[in-house]
Every structure is written in structure tokens, then in C-alpha cells.
Design a protein around this ligand. Structure first.
Ligand code: DC
Length: 222
């Protein structure tokens, strides 16, 4: 079973996907973390974004690993734990930038499909921007989450502050709007609701309420 959860940043995708994965015994694949890992490696290795060959080599041999350690989802690049380092505002913007490059998207497409298909669990829940439209157009259930700019920026702000990252709310609001504009307006696999996805506006709903709505949709469709 494949469940696709798409939406802009701060719509609650990852929090909700983790809860649904736990409830339904599915593996959780955070596809944004894959693009963030590419951004991290691009910066670390000083790769030029115009160097298609270098990007292709990087993406096709990206040593990314997801591990669930002591109840926390961790992301490793080789042996390096990059779980926190990829969450900074700088990495958010760079991930959005690299994700618009055709060579990056085509190189990562198969990896996402393989990660989902090789799970030992009952299936996978993937969150991202193009899961229902491009990565798994045949997913059993597709959800498209939205929330107002203010709600999304507030969630991002609180998430970063809780991790000890010093940020200013107005800057986060501006960055959230700019990043989502970039993700929605790119030519390739833009953030978009699949025609058969169910739209959930999360404004005014708590996590539990969104989770229950998704579980109901999955039950109806599987
Ligand atoms: O979900 P996130 O905020 O961690 O994602 C970081 C960036 O990665 C996002 O701004 C756009 C890109 N992304 C994408 O293009 N396609 C996906 N399926 C997931 C993320």
C-alpha cells in the first residue's frame, strides 16, 4: 500500500505522516529530507549547480540512510548524522533550489520508488510535493494538505525554536512564502494537488483531527 501526502511547508505533512505510518504499520519516507541531503552535499562539496555531471554522480550515489533510533527518525549521509543540519532555513532554501533542477529530480525519482517498494512493512507513506502527481500516480490514497501562510510560518517558527535554532518570525514568514512560490511555480513536478487527491485544509484542525481524517480516507480507499 502506498499513501501519498503532498503539501507546502508547514502544512503538518511530516508530523501527520509519522503518526499514520505508526498506526498502519507503514514505513515513512520523508522525500523532502532526500532533497535536503542533496543540498547539504552540494554545499559540503562546493558543487556548482550548473555542473550537471557532478549533480548526476552525487544523486545517483547519494549514501542516504533513514533510521529510526530511540523513537526518532534520523537521516544519515554515509556515517554522518545530518538530521539536524538539514533543517536550517539555509538548507530549506537550497533544497528548494536544487529540487527545481531536472537532473536532480530525474536522478532521485527511482530512489524514492525503490525505497517505498523495498520496505519490510505493509507499505509506505511518503510525504513531499509531487508524490501523488509524479512519484506514485497510482498510490492507493492521496492527500493534499493546505494551511494559511500565517499558520504554516508559525509551525515552522515553533519547530525551529524548539530545536534551539534562533530565528525571527517575520523572516520565516517571508522565507516560507518565497519557498512555496518557488516549489509551486517550477516547471518540473511543481507542488500541485493530484486530480484524485483529497484536499484537507488543516487550519483550525489539530494533529489528531487531521490524522483521523486521513485514516478514514485510507480505510475507504483500500
Ligand atoms: O518537505 P521539505 O520542506 O523538507 O522539502 C524541502 C524542499 O525539497 C522543498 O522546498 C521542495 C523539495 N521537495 C520536492 O521538490 N519534492 C518533494 N517530493 C519533496 C521536497
Amino acid at each position: 500500500m502506498i499513501i501519498a501526502i503532498d503539501g507546502a511547508s508547514g502544512t503538518g505533512k511530516s508530523t501527520i505522516s509519522k503518526l499514520v505510518a505508526k498506526e498502519l504499520d507503514l514505513s515513512y519516507i520523508d522525500t523532502g529530507a532526500i532533497y535536503r541531503s542533496v543540498a547539504f552535499a552540494v554545499k559540503k562539496d562546493a558543487i556548482d549547480l550548473n555542473d550537471e555531471q557532478a549533480l548526476k554522480v552525487l544523486c545517483s550515489s547519494l549514501p542516504i540512510k533513514f533510521e529510526f533510533i530511540d523513537g526518532v527518525n534520523k537521516v544519515f549521509l554515509g556515517e554522518l548524522d545530518i538530521s539536524e543540519a538539514i533543517r536550517t532555513p539555509e538548507m530549506s532554501m537550497l533544497a528548494s533550489k536544487v529540487s527545481a533542477l531536472p537532473i536532480v529530480r530525474s536522478s532521485l525519482l527511482e530512489m524514492q520508488r525503490r525505497l517505498a517498494k523495498t520496505t519490510s512493512k505493509k507499505g509506505a507513506i511518503l510525504d513531499g510535493r509531487d508524490i501523488g502527481t509524479v512519484v506514485f500516480p497510482d498510490a492507493e490514497a492521496k492527500i493534499f494538505l493546505t494551511a494559511s501562510d500565517a499558520t504554516r510560518a508559525k509551525r515552522r517558527y515553533e519547530e525551529l525554536v524548539s530545536k534551539g535554532i534562533t530565528v525571527d518570525y517575520d523572516t520565516i514568514l517571508k522565507e516560507t512564502i518565497a519557498r512555496d512560490k518557488q516549489d509551486s511555480q517550477r516547471t518540473l513536478a511543481p507542488l500541485k494537488k493530484a486530480s484524485d487527491a483529497v484536499h484537507i485544509d488543516t487550519d483550525g484542525l489539530n494533529i489528531e483531527q487531521v490524522k483521523e481524517k486521513i485514516l478514514k480516507i485510507v480505510k475507504e480507499r483500500t
